[in-house]
Design a protein around this ligand. Structure first.
Ligand SMILES: [Zn+2]
Length: 420
């Protein structure tokens, strides 16, 4: 422990600060279940649903808190006991050379963290989610998902990581190269993901001929949205929670509907939700989000570059020299508060986009079906009827239901007074 090292203090404050902020946000959010429902939500959430939602949120929050406290204790214990220096020595002794040793250090940390997370994930899926009737994942799917995830990380993550480590070991302009590299990688991913990655986890079946298919194609044509095919995804194999659609990128869009969504909604509601998704595409929300993400990545690499120059940064974690791999891990701890702060901006932008897509859907299909769809999604997924503003600011990529309904009602009212 070296209190005179500013990096040490900054890291300690960052780690403890984020832990406590998240805890406070959770407690404030739970307390809001006791509030009386506003007029607009009275017909939506009955007493039973609110009570069940509060129990569900309480149990999820307890699991989160235990998990966060556990990882905090492991991290502080490892740090205080000189674990990072030990890991540095141990991996160096493997004789893998400068580059792969640093990749291995990160690999070991990621692997251990994933293994330690497993019991908590299992508790979440087979404990909390199952208790409230959401879980449909079998232990086989659960394990297979994680194995596939690990393999993907090995195939895609390790080469990218090795390249980044190599840049920071050898190039004076490492931050720029790393940024270009990550930019290329994330653009490749947005292209690959619906084509190659999602099919690894989900099964896509073409939506059969029928009134729904005809209506979807008619809507797409009316909105001048070129659709290559419409498929149904077997989300129900994992969870009963209804998820919205996603649409592929590129010239010909592929629309995919979760089977859980199709099951629970009327044709009009499905069309309204789909119009909302088409709204995101038409209003170019994805490129805006990607740009914000890339700007943040640029800032992150710039700061990382500064941190890696400082021997005191490594000494704060008990490590001598400047091993890049461990440096990346330490930087991740220090970056947390700033990441949280920047996250506020990107989620605020995302919530604005949701309002815009809602308005687009209301204009394309009228507001009422979207409103009933949103109400159904909220109650079935046991969403918080009145989340605390701090939780909304920190974690909500979508505005709370009551705000979306208010905006849609306003839109609907102004559409109705307009002359035909
Ligand atoms: Zn949306």
């Amino acid at each position: 422990m070296n209190l005179s090292n500013p990096w040490f203090l900054a890291a300690l404050i960052a780690i403890l600060g984020v832990f406590h902020l998240e805890m406070i946000a959770k407690l404030l959010n739970l307390a809001r279940y006791g509030l009386p429902l506003p007029e607009r939500l009275k017909g939506v959430f009955d007493e039973e649903t609110v009570k069940k939602g509060a129990e569900y949120a309480g149990k999820s929050a307890r699991l989160d808190l235990i998990q966060n406290a556990f990882f905090l204790a492991v991290l502080l214990g490892f740090w205080w006991a000189g674990g990072f220096a030990w890991l540095d020595r141990t991996t160096a002794a493997w004789g893998w050379g400068e580059l792969w040793t640093q990749v291995a250090v990160i690999g070991v940390i990621v692997l251990v963290k994933s293994l330690l997370s497993l019991p908590f994930e299992a508790w979440d899926t087979f404990g909390v989610e199952a208790e409230f009737g959401f879980n449909r994942t079998t232990p086989g799917t659960f394990i297979l998902d994680r194995v596939k995830g690990m393999l993907l990380m090995l195939v895609l993550g390790v080469p990218l990581l090795a390249l980044i480590v190599w840049f920071f070991q050898t190039q004076p302009l490492a931050a720029v190269w790393a940024w270009l590299c990550v930019t290329g990688f994330s653009l490749l991913m947005t292209w690959l993901s619906p084509r190659l990655l999602m099919p690894l986890f989900l099964k896509f079946t073409p939506l059969g001929e029928g009134s729904l298919r005809t209506a979807i194609l008619a809507l797409a044509q009316r909105l001048k949205f070129p659709v290559a095919d419409v498929s149904v995804v077997d989300g129900s194999r994992r969870s009963s929670k209804a998820n919205a659609f996603f649409a592929g990128f590129g010239k010909t869009k592929r629309i995919a509907l979760f089977d859980t969504l199709v099951e629970k909604h009327t044709e009009d509601e499905l069309l309204a939700v789909l119009a909302h998704e088409i709204g995101h595409c038409k209003l170019r929300h994805v490129p805006v989000q990607i740009t914000i993400g890339l700007a943040e990545t640029g800032l992150m690499f710039g700061l990382l570059h500064l941190a890696l120059q400082s021997p005191a940064f490594f000494q704060a974690f008990g490590v001598s020299g400047r091993p890049v791999g461990l440096g990346l891990v330490f930087f991740a701890f220090l970056y947390q508060p700033l990441g949280l702060l920047l996250g506020l901006v990107s989620s605020a932008v995302s919530r604005r986009h949701e309002f815009q897509a809602d308005a687009f859907a209301a204009d394309a299909c009228t507001a009422p079906p979207l409103m009933t769809a949103l109400k159904k999604l909220s109650t079935e997924n046991l969403a918080h009827p009145q989340p605390h503003p701090l939780t909304v600011a920190l974690h909500y990529s979508h505005p709370p239901l009551v705000e979306r309904l208010a905006a849609l009602e306003k839109r609907n009212a102004s559409a109705n007074v307009m002359p035909a």
